[in-house]
Design a protein around this ligand. Structure first.
Ligand code: 5GP
Length: 193
């Protein structure tokens, strides 16, 4: 666990109804770049043994975190785009992702130009809940014939199924903080040690 992050979540995270943890004062709306810089450094430390060639994330909230991490890996970031139009020309990899926070299904795409079978990919995202976002990203990367070397998550909600699903796929998943429980009445947040 990344202590600095857990301390910050305890201090500024807000527990909402429906098992939603708001971290928008420092992570995914207003962004504390000093903290996110430490997050980027920690991902580099955790995946130092991997020969990463690209970081893949999803818009919008993953992008800033991925970009700062990418400076430590010195690789490009590719973000999956939520697309409006149907893929008719075959120039993109596409999949459907169900949004946990918006309860909507999105089509997400990555252009075939920006990911290839030579790539060794680190997937980065802010939250892991039921795993829909990650499964979609893994699918896009796999469709391109690239290798998923690992997955870096800032906050995993350990009481939801995503972590288990992803780990049981044999993926190397590193979450910087795992929340095992939250109480919307008291605002308490319980971390896995
Ligand atoms: P999943 O696809 O794993 O169910 O959900 C992951 C996505 O939903 C993340 O990209 C994140 O944007 C959003 N999300 C899920 N749970 C939370 C939460 O508790 N708080 C916030 N801020 N976003 C969440």
């Amino acid at each position: 666990m990344m202590q600095l992050l857990a301390d910050r979540i305890r201090k500024d995270g807000v527990v909402k109804q429906g098992n939603v943890l708001k971290v928008d004062s420092f992570l995914n709306h207003q962004m504390d770049i000093e903290l996110i810089n430490e997050i980027g450094k920690e991902f580099k430390r955790l995946f130092a043994d991997c020969n990463i060639t690209k970081i893949v994330t999803i818009e919008a909230s993953g992008i800033g975190i991925a970009c700062i991490a990418a400076q430590y890996f010195q690789v490009p970031v590719v973000f999956a785009k939520k697309s409006q139009s149907v893929n008719i020309d075959g120039e993109v990899y596409s999949t459907q992702i169900e949004s946990y926070t918006h309860k909507k299904t999105y089509e997400v795409i990555i252009s075939k130009k920006f990911i290839s079978s030579d790539d060794h990919v680190l997937i980065i995202d802010d939250f892991l809940a039921n795993g829909c976002a990650l499964i979609g990203l893994i699918e896009l990367v796999t469709c391109a014939g690239a290798t998923v070397e690992g997955i870096g998550i800032v906050v995993e909600k350990g009481f939801q199924s995503g972590g288990e699903v992803i780990r049981s796929m044999g993926m190397r998943l590193e979450s910087l903080a795992i929340v095992d429980g939250m109480n919307a009445e008291t605002g308490e947040i319980f971390f896995r040690e």
